[in-house]
Design a protein around this ligand. Structure first.
Ligand SMILES: C[S@@+](CC[C@H](N)C(=O)[O-])C[C@H]1O[C@@H](n2cnc3c(N)ncnc32)[C@H](O)[C@@H]1O
Length: 370
């Protein structure tokens, strides 16, 4: 038996680990959440090519939303690419038999759509028109092959990158395990995007840097609470905030969900009203960084010019004209901004209050601009 070359072995290991990761990434976005965000950017979609590149047209609400609103948004083209076998049998849209493709076996494929006319003439563009289109636009769909180290439909494959290059705006909920790579690729190819992720991602140094450089900000519609996602039937529903609907579909509520974008929106230009005054008693200084602890964004003092540690939810109010992002005060990233060792010998910020030393769970270091 021929020996596998090292490269081949690495490639197949990578494909395997990609597949394993993908299994934990199956969270399907609800139509209502997509529509609540996209409506803030309507004019920016005019004459644009939209790519949904983690989206099986038969089940993705992203595809469904843009197909249903194709004319309304005056889109030029909609492209969707799917990834490996989809675990949601049936999907949101009825399965149809596209010639040359086998939707029932769900091979990864790409679909390009140039219009969604009112085929049945009932005066409205609805799912029946989208279904008709999927059935009859076989020429605009083709299977994806994949390449060494990457499964078919992986956004990192050359064939998917070609779709990316042709697109103006990417809108999707990508696998969270690949969030950094996904955003980095969008920046590399200079694309506009509206992408769902988790606020935790702010702590990735690459993502934080993009926020700092004003190349990335949060969207308009989600700033608190949790959001419900549909999950595959085999997902265990152990956590609180789960639900099964009448049809047996499973849903999980996820905290910290946010839209990440580089499309302009009103939120990022709003000034946060500051009404409190600094006192050393109310705002202790960290024992290992010259910055004050501000435990709620609404309590940021109006008259403090130095560094401040604020909760991650500050990002919901971040206006780059009002504040400057400085850094993340934990571990190696903490070292970079001058955090010295705390009482536990770690470079995580800590402060003393009522005779006790406390280490906040999560903080970002910011500064007011003048
Ligand atoms: C969080 S789910 C969201 C699916 C869909 N975008 C939605 O919001 O309903 C992420 C999807 O990305 C797909 N996926 C996983 N790894 C991928 C990759 N490397 N390239 C492209 N898609 C991937 C998964 O199959 C999964 O369906």
């Amino acid at each position: 038996m021929p020996k596998k070359s090292k490269d081949n072995k690495n490639a197949s290991n990578r494909a395997l680990s990609n597949a394993k990761q993908a299994k934990q990434d199956e969270f399907y976005t609800q139509l209502v959440d997509i529509s609540a965000e996209v409506r803030h950017y309507r004019s920016q979609f005019k004459e644009k090519i939209v790519l949904c590149n983690c989206d099986d047209p038969y089940e993705s609400n992203f595809f469904r939303y843009f197909a249903l609103n194709f004319r309304e948004l005056k889109l030029k083209k909609l492209i969707a690419t799917s990834y490996t076998k989809s675990p949601i049998a049936g999907g949101h849209l009825p399965l149809v038999d596209i010639e040359g493709l086998k939707p029932e076996s769900k091979e990864p494929y790409a679909i390009e759509i140039n219009d969604v006319p009112d085929h049945n003439g009932d005066g409205a563009i609805d799912l029946a028109d989208v279904e008709y289109l999927l059935k009859h636009e076989a020429n605009a769909a083709h299977t994806l092959k994949g390449e060494a180290g990457f499964n078919a439909g992986d956004f990192r494959t050359q064939e998917c990158i070609e779709y990316l290059k042709s697109a103006d705006i990417v809108v999707t909920n990508p696998p969270f395990s690949l969030f950094r790579e996904f955003i980095a690729q969008l920046i590399e190819y200079d694309k506009k995007f509206l992408v769902i992720g988790n606020l935790n991602a702010v702590h990735y140094s690459e993502i934080f840097r993009l926020f700092k450089e004003n190349k990335l900000w949060l969207g308009e519609s989600i700033h608190s609470g949790d959001r419900e996602f549909r999950v595959p039937d085999h997902y265990p529903l152990e956590a609180a905030g789960t639900r099964v609907d009448e049809a047996g579909n499973k849903y999980i509520r996820v905290k910290g969900v946010r839209w990440f974008t580089n499309m302009d929106n009103p939120n990022r230009h709003e000034l946060l009203p500051l009404y409190k005054s600094y006192t050393p008693e109310e705002y202790p200084t960290y024992i290992n960084l010259d910055a004050i602890e501000v435990s709620a964004t609404s309590d940021i003092p109006a008259d403090y010019d130095g560094l401040m540690g604020v909760p991650d939810s500050f990002m919901d109010k971040f206006n780059p004209d009002q504040f400057e992002l400085i850094g993340i005060p934990f571990g190696n990233l903490g070292k970079e901004i001058g955090v010295t060792r705390n009482h536990r010998g770690r470079t995580d910020i800590a402060f003393s209050q009522n005779g006790k030393i406390k280490s906040p769970y999560s903080r970002l270091i910011i500064k007011r601009r003048h």
